[in-house]
Ligand binder design. Structure first.
Ligand SMILES: O=C(O)CCC(=O)C(=O)O
Ligand SMILES: [Fe+2]
Length: 230
């Protein structure tokens, strides 16, 4: 008796991860953080300094206070500023294309790229990027597009001091460096959410830190309507 095949998501969603793992492993100069607890890759110099500077300009022009999905009562939990970046802008469009080509993740499954700006003393305390199933925020944010699968993050500059990203469960701290990309799977190999992805955007001690993040989902992200109403 044959069992029906399991529903296979589009490989570009990053769930299952095989296609993304194959694509990332084939990239020159990619580094994988050696741990069995999570899948975390780094690539130094992924984005050129000119593009990083152009994206920083856009973040500075449109930043607003950051929010968090699962409000936890700690008003100092995420003190940075945020900016949704417009994929109709050719600079952002190119960054999105580079991320997809590098990771094998299909940009159709990604949320709009988000910029973050951290001034001295600002941070994003330890959190996971996926939504906690069962909560109100999970219902609101995951109803249509499912939960987050992969996170791709790029440091746009190197602040004077501080601003590292600490993955507590594996005792690994990654230093910001202009153009360095991080990509991690928010899931375990069996597809379940991985709490070992807990990470902390640590306080900037001098200068300003800029990053962009693109989070991918189980299902395609709705595209903004551009056509006029009939
Ligand atoms: O700023 C960092 O190093 C981490 C940012 C982060 O975790 C996020 O935006 O989800
Ligand atoms: Fe995060």
């Amino acid at each position: 008796m044959s069992t029906p095949p399991a529903r296979v998501a589009d490989p570009g969603s990053g769930l299952p991860a095989d296609h993304v793992l194959e694509t990332l492993r084939a990239q020159p100069a990619i580094q994988r953080v050696p741990t069995p607890k999570l899948t975390l890759f780094a690539r130094r110099g992924f984005l050129d300094p000119e593009t990083c500077a152009a994206v920083i300009d856009r973040i500075d022009a449109r930043r607003r206070p950051s929010t968090i999905a699962d409000a936890n009562g700690d008003t100092a939990f995420r003190t940075s500023e945020t900016c949704d970046l417009d994929s109709a802008d050719p600079v952002i469009d190119r960054v999105e294309a580079l991320i997809s080509a590098f990771t094998g993740l299909d940009r159709a499954y990604g949320e709009p790229v988000q910029g973050q700006r951290y001034a001295v003393g600002q941070e994003f305390k330890a959190h996971t990027d996926y939504f906690e199933p069962g909560g109100e925020d999970y219902k609101i944010h995951c109803r249509h597009t499912g939960n987050r699968t992969w996170t791709v993050m790029i440091y746009l500059n190197q602040p004077g001091a501080g601003g590292a990203t600490r993955f507590k469960a594996i005792d690994k701290t990654i230093q910001p460096e202009t153009g360095k990309l991080l990509a991690w799977n928010n899931r375990r190999p069996d597809g379940l959410l991985n709490p070992a992805t807990l990470h902390h955007g640590m306080k900037v001690r001098s200068g300003t830190k800029y990053i962009i993040t693109k989070w991918f989902r189980e299902r395609p992200w709705p595209r903004p309507r551009t056509e006029p109403d009939a």
